[in-house]
Structure formats: structure tokens, C-alpha cells
Design a binder for this molecule. Structure first.
Ligand SMILES: *Cc1c(COP(=O)(O)O)cnc(C)c1O
Length: 268
């Protein structure tokens, strides 16, 4: 046996154990909440290599998440033989829309009208490109509206305090999103675009707050959204640190990175 393949086997065993622990936590939290339906698990593979994506797929993972276009695109190309639902969960510049629609099945981070327009346009081009190349059509792109769950108090605090050293940690972790008051108008824009499909909402619990309170707020926003858009049932919430609170609140999708893959390298 080569050193390389035994390294790979050790990594798979490590991932299997961590994944097993996370799956048990999800099952326990689901039972504790008296829920019949277990939320879907999206494993966030950012910072980790395509080989890990391969191990995870072999271990039964069906959905993965990434937050940077360049890294996500390269990894998707390396693993395009795998049947995976690929979620883009990071802040997205409009000039990256064209690239993201080539590999993403879902974009979870819709936070402004310009991004809706850019993704709609990129999807139209993607349809044309595929038709010209004789490739099968890819259908619509599912999008979630990312909601900024910071309270008035937290917004004030963040305005007072400069960004922590080491750059924009908030952006790297996907903090941000649309103000709750803007969810309705963004949803209407998405629904107007025949290439986009409104899936629901996504959020990250604000730093230094109670995740349970933040997720309760997200659930209220989701219920309001569903009154107008009954099919928009997805609530993507919950990361390694707060998955139990997200399951208790009623999340339909969890985005778990470090508790499955191990600690990430320091944020750049
Ligand atoms: C990185 C990331 C996650 C996963 O976070 P972990 O704490 O590693 O589980 C979830 N959601 C978003 C938006 C992220 O950027």
C-alpha cells in the first residue's frame, strides 16, 4: 500500500467519524424538537480539497456548499462525475454570476436587486450556451434570500466598532444579507424572472447574540414570505455551533463545515 492511499483511507475514516457525530446530533435535535422530518444536511467544504468532497460523497453526502466562486468552480470541475447538489453560500459580486451559474444548483446569498438581475441574465446566457453546445438544458436556478438578522442594537454596535483585524471577517463568514423589510420586494423580483426559482430564505446567526432568538425571527420572516409564495419553504439556518438551535426553530437545511471537515485554516 502506498503512503498516499493510506493517508486517504485515514482521512476517509476521520471524515466518517465526524460526519457520524454530526448526523447523530441532527437526529437527536430533531427528536428533541418533536419533528417528524429531519432537516437536510449541506456539508460546507470551503478551504478543503476536492478529495474530501469525493470522500464525503462516498459517505453518503448529497449536498455541498462553497462560499468563493474561484474555489467552488475549480472543485466542482474536479468532481463533476459526482451527483451532488451544489449550493453557493457566500457573498457574490454581480460579475461572478456568469461563473456561478455554470456549477451551482442553488444560490443562497441573494441580498440585493442587482444580484437577481445578474443571475437572471447569466442564466439566459447559460441556456443559450448549452443549446449551442448541444448540452442538456439545466432548468431554473434555485435562489434563497439571505436575511440580515441583526437587531437594531447589534447594527448600532457594528457601526460603532471597526471591522476586526485580519480583514472583513463578517463577509468571509457570510454575515450580511438583506434587511428583513426588503425580503418581500426581492422575492417579487425573483418571481418575475423565468430562469430563477424562489426557494426560501437563508441566514447566519449574528455574532454575539442568541441564535435561538435570531432563528425564531427568521422563521417568522419565512412564514410571512410563504403567505405570498407558498412554495418558498426552504429555511437554511444553522452551522456547526448552532445547529441544535436551528433544528429546534424549524430549519429545513443546515450548513455544516468545521464539525464535519475539521478546523479551517485561519480566515484570510
Ligand atoms: C462557512 C459557512 C458555514 C459553515 O460554518 P461552520 O461553522 O464551519 O459549520 C455555514 N454558512 C455559511 C454562510 C458559511 O460561510
Amino acid at each position: 500500500m502506498t503512503g498516499q492511499s493510506s493517508d486517504s483511507e485515514a482521512r476517509r475514516a476521520d471524515l466518517a467519524e465526524r460526519l457520524g457525530r454530526v448526523r447523530r446530533r441532527i437526529a437527536d435535535a430533531t427528536a428533541a424538537a418533536g419533528r417528524a422530518d429531519e432537516p437536510e444536511l449541506i456539508v460546507v467544504t470551503k478551504f478543503f480539497p476536492a478529495d474530501d468532497v469525493r470522500h464525503l460523497a462516498a459517505l453518503g453526502v448529497r449536498q455541498v456548499g462553497e462560499n468563493r466562486d474561484q474555489e467552488a468552480g475549480a472543485k466542482a470541475a474536479d468532481t463533476d462525475d459526482l451527483v451532488l447538489r451544489r449550493h453557493f453560500i457566500g457573498q457574490l459580486q454581480t460579475n461572478k454570476a456568469k461563473s456561478v451559474v455554470k456549477y451551482a444548483d442553488v444560490v443562497q446569498s441573494i441580498d440585493r436587486p442587482q444580484l437577481v438581475a445578474a443571475l437572471g441574465k447569466a442564466m439566459r446566457r447559460e441556456h443559450e450556451r448549452r443549446a449551442e453546445d448541444g448540452l442538456p438544458d439545466r432548468g431554473t436556478l434555485e435562489v434563497l434570500i439571505q436575511v440580515d438578522l441583526r437587531t437594531a442594537e447589534q447594527l448600532e454596535r457594528d457601526a460603532r466598532e471597526p471591522a476586526p483585524e485580519g480583514g472583513n471577517r463578517a463577509a468571509t463568514l457570510g454575515r450580511g444579507g438583506a434587511a428583513p423589510a426588503d425580503v418581500h420586494s426581492l422575492a417579487a423580483l425573483v418571481e418575475e424572472d423565468p430562469n430563477l426559482e424562489l426557494g426560501g430564505v437563508m441566514a447566519v446567526a449574528p455574532l454575539g447574540g442568541e441564535p435561538a432568538a435570531a432563528f425564531a425571527r427568521l422563521m417568522r420572516i419565512s412564514r410571512e414570505l410563504q403567505q405570498e409564495h407558498p412554495h418558498a419553504t426552504t429555511v437554511s439556518a444553522g452551522m456547526s455551533q448552532d445547529l441544535e438551535e436551528a433544528v429546534a426553530a424549524g430549519a429545513t437545511h443546515l450548513r455544516i463545515g468545521s464539525d464535519v471537515l475539521g478546523p479551517r485554516p485561519p480566515l484570510r
